[in-house]
Design a protein around this ligand. Structure first.
Ligand SMILES: [Zn+2]
Length: 161
């Protein structure tokens, strides 16, 4: 099958147009929100997870086992299981927090916080609103972004061998 035939076949199936749209900035998949009462979050999370995810706490640097995690796999939100990052996005930032250059499309949303003197960009899970970390503009190529994530807010899922 030639490439042209393949493309017209895909286009007939509606595959190509969807694949194109997925590259667009507004093509993020719709995420069904998960809203729970505070007591429900408290019951379902560990105290450390609850503090970070629901109260924008920050874990002690170097405290997460995920800092040293180098296996292939996905990083899911510890609050709702939404996949946020892949191992391909992870890099060693030397900060003591798991760090990523980008996130899966539509998986996180951000806002500016003023908890410290300088404004920072907070980001959280698009499904449950759970706080994950802060994003900075001093990351490596290709994005130049550094998603500085609390390890306790993530659950690593190794790729099936
Ligand atoms: Zn979540």
């Amino acid at each position: 099958m030639t490439r042209r035939h393949l493309l017209s076949l895909l286009s007939a199936l509606g595959v190509a147009s969807r694949a194109e749209a997925a590259d667009g900035p507004k093509a993020a998949p719709a995420v069904e929100p998960l809203r729970l009462a505070d007591a429900q979050w408290k019951a379902r999370l560990t105290p450390a997870q609850y503090e970070v995810l629901r109260h924008e706490g920050t874990e002690r640097p170097g405290s997460s086992a995920l800092n040293a995690e180098k296996r292939a796999g996905r990083y899911r939100c510890a609050g709702c299981e939404l996949p946020l990052f892949t191992s391909a996005m992870k890099f060693e930032s030397g900060t003591g927090w798991p760090s990523f250059t980008t996130s899966l499309p539509g998986a996180v949303e951000s806002k500016t916080d003023f908890k410290l003197v300088l404004p920072r960009t907070e980001y959280h899970c698009a499904r449950c609103g759970g706080h994950q970390g802060h994003v900075f503009d001093d990351g490596p190529p290709p994005t130049g972004k550094r998603y500085c994530n609390n390890g306790v807010a993530l659950r690593f899922e190794p790729e099936a061998a």
